[in-house]
Write a protein that binds this ligand. Structure first.
Ligand code: ADP
Ligand code: ZN
Ligand code: MG
Length: 481
């Protein structure tokens, strides 16, 4: 393996979340009845003229800036000509030699804890094609159906430099890219619905070789995990081809998730096969410096910056900060709660463990949680003020989920008892100490962590009702004494 070095470059298409299509006023909506969101423009009927959607430009420019690209003040739309049944116009409007934006980057975390900068060659605007439906009809064995609703959907294509060296780096790059696109709100990045699609280019070369090897392009991969798997497979395959004395051929390959392998689909067309030429029906796209300044004002705080700020503001570790910022909405909820609560750290803990764990087990989203954020704040405050133990909190949360009730209501009704009478707690401690001489010996021999065992035992004996602070104090006192 160390003899060869993989080289990877990714091409990502994202559908932009505009109300209408790129060049007509048809609804840009996934899941409509087939062939209902169409008009002469997106069907390419003779004489119909495209008009560029300003919102699509804003989104594409905002994404470009979030990806550290330079936005061109003047970019050009071109026709990319090819025949396909789901492309009634016979060409796709795209950008070719003058794309909207160039020379960006994304920093990805590396295995050794550092970061690596992956270059972004370009971000250009284009329109999507329709969809061929090969399955699901009674006569699908002999017919293909067409749904042209997707024709003319605005896309941004983001092309990386061949800077990626491992399938893991590719995975990280895609994860960061998706996060940034979600934060800027330009796309929902829903891979199942096809609003984010990735083609992976990969080659291998002898380590230290001056030139890249011949690449294959892998298509049809519908999750980041599969992209990583497809790249791993493809790297192995290419190495075997070379080791057996053959040459890798430039081609497009399809990933088969069931078999966990790629298949050759076609040898790669050269770019000139598309006969690109400037789109005669659209003027050059001008994104002036003033307009760029306007767009930049709408830039939200991006994930990396937000994580760094949150780590400092709420005493979070790196891992927790990542989990809390996976979506902008979730991070917003956390921050609102953290500000309202007495201890942000407790809010984070509750969200990550008690609430997060239960939601995950039931496959629920945070929006579907019976415990509201106000409930989380109250729970965190009760813990912080020592009014309930963590055991009691667990029981209350259990009730919330069983009965689908919010935390404040359940807490008011159940008002768990607390034992704050020191002598009662001491009596329980004495019993536990008498029953566990071995642990007492360990503690007195210097193993102070055994105190936790006693606290746990007494808490259990008190049915979770002992006041935690008092209990901790008294256990230490008794064991020392
Ligand atoms: P094509 O003309 O085949 O579309 P491009 O030069 O436009 O190729 O590159 C497409 C993608 O492939 C980019 O993401 C680029 O980084 C990547 N790429 C280019 N050459 C290689 C290579 N030899 N190995 C791996 N990836 C490559
Ligand atoms: Zn239309
Ligand atoms: Mg290309």
């Amino acid at each position: 393996m160390a003899k060869y070095e993989p080289v990877i470059g990714l091409e990502v298409h994202v559908q932009l979340l505009t109300e209408t299509k790129a060049f007509c006023s048809c609804a840009n909506h996934f899941g409509s009845e087939p062939n209902t969101n169409v008009c002469p423009v997106c069907l390419g009927l003779p004489g119909a003229l495209p008009v560029l959607n300003a919102k699509a430009v804003e989104f594409a420019a905002l994404a470009s800036m979030a990806l550290n690209c330079t936005v061109r003040q003047r970019s050009i739309f071109a026709r990319k000509n090819y025949f396909y049944p789901d492309l009634p116009k016979g060409y796709q409007i795209s950008q070719f030699d003058k794309p909207l934006a160039e020379n960006g980057w994304i920093d990805v975390p590396t295995a050794d804890g550092g970061t690596k900068r992956i270059g972004i060659t370009r971000l250009h605007m284009e329109e999507d094609a329709g969809k061929s439906l090969h399955d699901g009809f009674s006569d699908s064995a002999t017919r293909t159906y067409l749904d042209l609703n997707r024709c003319g959907t605005p896309l941004a294509e983001i092309v990386s430099e061949p800077d990626i060296r491992t399938p893991d780096e590719a995975f990280e790059y895609l994860t960061r890219l998706k996060e940034i696109l979600l934060y800027t709100g330009v796309s929902d990045c829903n891979m199942e619905e096809g609003s984010l699609r990735c083609d992976a280019n990969v080659s291998v070369r002898l380590k230290g070789a001056p030139k890249f090897g011949t690449k294959a392009e892998v298509k049809n991969v519908n999750s980041f995990r599969f992209i990583r798997a497809a790249l791993e497979y493809e790297i192995e395959r290419q190495i075997e081809v070379i080791e057996s004395g053959n040459r890798v051929v430039q081609e497009t390959r399809l990933w088969n998730a069931h078999e966990g392998r790629t298949y050759s689909m076609r040898s790669k067309e050269q770019a000139h096969d598309y006969r690109y030429f400037p789109e005669p029906d659209l003027p050059p796209l001008i994104v002036s410096a003033e307009f760029q300044t306007e767009i930049r004002k709408r830039m939200p705080e991006l994930p990396e910056a937000r994580r760094a700020r949150m780590i400092a503001a709420y005493e979070l570790n790196e891992k927790d900060a990542h989990t809390l910022t996976t979506s902008r909405e979730f991070a917003d909820r956390f921050e609102a709660a953290a500000k309202a609560a007495k201890s942000p750290r407790r809010v984070a803990n509750l969200l990550l463990s008690e609430l997060g764990g239960r939601l995950k087990a039931l496959d629920l989203e945070i929006e579907q949680s019976p415990v509201s954020m106000a409930g989380v704040v109250l729970a965190a405050d009760l813990l912080e003020e020592d009014k309930i133990s963590s055991k009691q909190l667990k029981q209350l949360f259990d009730t919330c989920f069983e009965k689908s009730e919010d935390f404040p209501a359940v807490y008011e009704r159940e008002k768990p008892q607390q034992i704050t009478d020191a002598s009662a707690i001491e009596a329980m401690i004495d019993q536990v100490i008498a029953a566990n001489p071995k642990q007492v010996e360990q503690y007195r021999g210097g193993k102070k962590t055994v105190a936790g065992f006693f606290v746990g035992q007494v808490m259990k004996a008190s049915k979770g009702q002992a006041n935690p602070t008092l209990l901790n104090e008294l256990v230490a006192k008794k064991l020392e004494g």
